[in-house]
Design a protein around this ligand. Sequence first.
Ligand code: DAT
Ligand code: MG
Length: 168
Amino acid sequence: MVATLLAIFSSFSSEMAANNERSFIMVKPDGVQRGLVGEIMKRFEQRGYKLVACKQMQASKEHLEKHYADLSSKGFFKGLVTYMASGPVVAMVWEGKDVVKTGRKMLGATNPLESNPGTIRGDYCIDVGRNICHGSDSVESAKREIDLWFKPDEIMNYSACEAPWVYE
Ligand code: DAT
Ligand code: MG
């Protein structure tokens, strides 16, 4: 009896942990200027993901150089940082099962010309240097990016009333 209860509890808690995966999603300056903030947020909301942090800010070049540190050797790095610092962005943390990988699928390929229709980039943009949104590419990058963009008290812990209707 105790063993059964423990087994049920441990499967429940591991499922809950998996449902708590987080991704850093950002609407880039072109997405903000083009009025696509609501559309991008809507897609994550409607999929069933939970918004746990959100703020608009104009990031400094220093901050963006840290965010894109792994791309610092690329020829497009300087232009990327200048574009990203050119106006306000909307930084968000979305939570839910497999949100990192699924979020990347929802965004579409890095180069919008290769993004499938139905994805955010495949529906709303054309050039790789104006691809309107960012999404973490792994759970580890998500943790690093969330730490870089948000203070711990800016991230909400709450239960969404829809959770039992999204997860079985
Ligand atoms: P992603 O944003 O899909 O994770 P990434 O991390 O490789 O792609 O690159 C970060 C951003 O840099 C990308 O969203 C747009 C820009 N970028 C990538 N490759 C580029 C290229 N070949 N020319 C211009 N900008 C590029
Ligand atoms: Mg990336």
